[in-house]
Design a protein around this ligand. Structure first.
Ligand code: CMP
Length: 133
């Protein structure tokens, strides 16, 4: 069993997709171990997305992610990291596979509804922003 973080971003919260996303996770056999909403400070958001520091979209990403509430969901399942990434689809909703969360609800590469950890190491690091693990 593996754990990962799925984070609903401010546009997902604004669009009232929290329940639907949790439903999709459960419907796909994942277990929800924790849910916590929070409002990132700039410093936290910059640490959360530190691998993107220096990229041209970094400041705009931080403005956006600190602009509203986010919801962190601790998800458990077999190969959860890879499978949740499949379920959310490509970063750019225009390139996301039909049926994925980003395909269905994402507006643009930045306003793409959700984030999910891209490796076990990222999952361990990112879960700590929401949960005492
Ligand atoms: P996420 O999976 O949360 O990881 C980093 C985020 O940066 C990404 O989703 C996008 O929302 C955002 N982003 C904005 N512009 C870009 C870009 N050109 N390439 C990749 N990610 C981008």
């Amino acid at each position: 069993m593996e754990r990962t973080l799925l984070m609903i971003k401010p546009d997902g919260v604004e669009k009232r997709l929290i329940g639907r996303i949790i439903w999709i996770l459960e419907e796909n056999g994942f277990k929800i171990l924790g849910i916590r909403s929070k409002h990132f400070t700039r410093e936290e958001a910059e640490r959360f997305y530190e691998v993107h520091r220096g990229k041209e979209f970094f400041n705009s990403l931080i403005d956006y992610i600190t602009g509203g509430m986010v919801v962190g969901i601790m998800v458990e399942g077999e190969n959860a990291v890879e499978k949740v990434r499949e379920l959310i689809g490509a970063t750019d909703p225009k390139k996301a596979r039909v049926g994925t969360i980003r395909f269905m609800y994402g507006e643009s590469i930045e306003r793409n509804i959700v984030h999910a950890s891209d490796s076990k190491e990222s999952a361990d690091r990112e879960l700590k922003f929401f949960f005492e693990t």
